[in-house]
Design a protein around this ligand. Structure first.
Ligand SMILES: Nc1nc2c(c(=O)[nH]1)N[C@H]1C(S)=C(S)[C@@H](COP(=O)(O)O)O[C@H]1N2
Ligand SMILES: [Mo]
Length: 529
């Protein structure tokens, strides 16, 4: 062996692990890319990263979910997706290096990942069955093939007549790697394009919607309900600013023209299946209703107030023959099911007790945004979202609380969860440094369906002082308040508490969000300069 050949061999030995890792990365890329068109054909929601992410979300303990929401807010899903991709990437690199010595085992390793993805897909609550395993399975086969092939190039002896010192087929590897990368990129792009067609149909169906004027418009919001104070939450939360909490890694994009809602179950003497147009043809009502998440910490952001347009649920249920338990009906729970397999159970009694429980189609004058449940969702004044506000709804089943536990109930949250009285200081912000003198303290308070009758503010350990209440929208909306504070220099703690429409004062005792919502007073510390 000449010195030159020795050098080349040494160099090759040094870069071999890198080439192995590269092969693994290309195999992983090929697997995910090939899964895309298969998912477009089978079901976009069955794509490997989505099903594995969904499985992770379903298995996350309530405490960890709470932590993730606290740390990452609505970005928690981005973080999860990035985490899954990172794990897959590291595994792919490791399998690639392994393939240098154990080509078959490494390729089998890729197949194992496919099996895990396929199993996760079939186990999803919205799974369409065994076909959901196809994107992961076919992708894994492609990935395994790419890895087997590339690893082969890495140790293949020089081609006949080729002048490749060091015993590997450099040109062959380069060609194969480039071809694999190009084919994967093309296949992935094709898959994405095919999936885009579904999204476009859904978007077009939403664009075509014209919400008819409601038979019962929302009562006018009194002028005095909207305080003009910088930093206060506006009385009506614009759709783009409305909080979003759900388990959907990819927002379901439902085509309203093919969508149906089924109502059935115990005590339903006349089951029905309704189309979107059927709902639009019904008598619509419009109401301002504040929606709150049970995961909202004291002072947290997961609350918003919107003008909802929809069909009154009580009427719809009554037409199907449903009677509330107090009038002898056999079902005490209504389980709403969404297209993504979420289940949300609400007390039938509450839905039919005269409150404006809605099957909502519109939000602030627009068809529901996809993020907020298009084509239809529920909104029930006085109940936390997880026991009332099912988005992307497709099925309503009458049953009993004894017979069925909905999604969150199986994860340690309470069966029934009326909204707790809460108040929040929107301004000043924590750690603000206002100037001494008059400082406007303001915020919102909510106790849906009971209403807010009083708000008090306390400075440090001083006496509770009445805040000025804005006019009330309704018992189902939050209420703005303000307090003109004569601020003196130094560090101060501002605390707020509300009194609901039953005369009950918001309790001081802090509780966690699990199992039925946080309680306690909101405080903000500021330094007056
Ligand atoms: N399909 C579906 N509906 C859902 C959820 C979900 O995860 N999936 N989350 C519920 C919860 S916990 C809340 S608080 C509200 C939030 O509604 P928003 O995202 O429109 O604010 O939706 C409810 N409806
Ligand atoms: Mo929630």
């Amino acid at each position: 062996m000449t010195d030159d050949e020795k050098k080349t061999r040494k160099a090759h030995r040094a870069i071999r692990p890198a080439l192995g890792a590269l092969s693994g990365a290309l195999a992983g890329f090929a697997a995910l890319a090939v899964a895309e068109p298969v998912a477009a054909w089978v079901r976009p929601q069955a794509a490997p990263v989505l099903v594995v992410g969904g499985a992770a979300i379903d298995r996350t303990p309530a405490a960890v979910k709470d932590w993730a929401i606290r740390e990452f807010g609505t970005d928690d899903k981005l973080v999860l997706r990035a985490g899954i991709l990172a794990v897959l990437a590291l595994s792919a690199l490791a399998l690639g290096i392994l393939a240098l010595r154990f080509r078959r085992s490494a390729a089998s390793g890729v197949l194992l990942f496919g099996a895990i993805g396929g199993a996760a897909a079939v186990a999803r609550p919205d799974s369409a069955g065994i076909t959901d395993a196809l994107p992961s399975a076919v992708g894994a086969v492609a990935g395994a093939a790419v890895l087997f092939l590339l690893a082969g190039r890495l140790r293949a002896p020089a081609a006949e007549g080729g002048s490749v010192p060091g015993g590997w087929d450099r040109r062959g590897f380069l060609l194969a790697a480039t071809a694999a990368a190009a084919a994967s990129a093309g296949t992935g792009a094709l898959g994405r394009a095919l999936q885009g067609a579904g999204s476009r149909n859904a978007a077009a169906s939403r664009d075509r919607v014209v919400l008819p004027p409601p038979a019962s418009p929302a009562p006018a919001v009194p002028a005095g309900a909207r305080l003009r104070i910088p930093g206060i939450s506006p009385f009506t939360t614009p759709n783009g600013d409305f909080y979003r909490v759900d388990t959907a890694l990819a927002v379901p994009e439902v085509d309203a023209t093919t969508w149906r809602l089924r109502i059935h179950g115990e005590g339903v003497t006349r089951p029905v299946t309704l189309s979107y147009d059927d709902l639009l043809r019904r008598e619509l009502i419009e109401r301002d209703i504040t929606l709150t998440c049970v995961s909202n910490e004291v002072g947290g952001p997961y609350v918003g107030n919107a003008r909802w347009t929809g069909v009154r649920l009580a009427g719809l249920l009554a037409e199907c023959g449903v009677r509330p338990p107090s009038r002898g009906g056999p079902a005490d729970q209504l389980v709403a099911r969404s297209v993504d397999g979420m289940t949300i159970g609400s007390p039938v009694e509450d839905l039919m007790d005269g409150r404006d429980a809605l099957l909502a189609l519109g939000m602030n004058g627009r068809p529901l945004p996809f993020d907020h449940g298009f084509p239809a969702r529920m909104v029930v004044p006085g109940l936390y979202g997880y026991v009332s506000a099912c988005k992307w709804i497709e099925d309503l089943e009458l049953t009993t609380f004894d017979a069925y536990d909905a999604y969150w109930v199986r994860r340690d949250w309470a069966r029934e969860a009326p909204v707790k009285t809460q108040s929040r200081i929107d301004t000043p912000k924590p750690f603000a440094r206002p100037k001494a003198g008059p400082v406007m303290v303001a915020g919102v308070a909510w106790a849906q369906h009971r209403g807010i009758d009083g708000v008090e503010v306390r400075v440090d350990d001083g006496p509770w002082q009445e805040a000025r209440l804005a006019a009330e929208g309704s018992r189902d909306t939050w209420r703005q308040w303000s307090f003109a504070w004569q601020a003196s220099k130094g560090s101060h703690t501002l605390t707020v508490r509300a009194t609901d429409g039953t005369g009950e004062v918001q309790p001081e005792r802090r509780t966690r969000t699990v199992p039925d919502g946080a309680s306690g007073w909101h405080s903000v510390v500021v330094t007056v300069e």
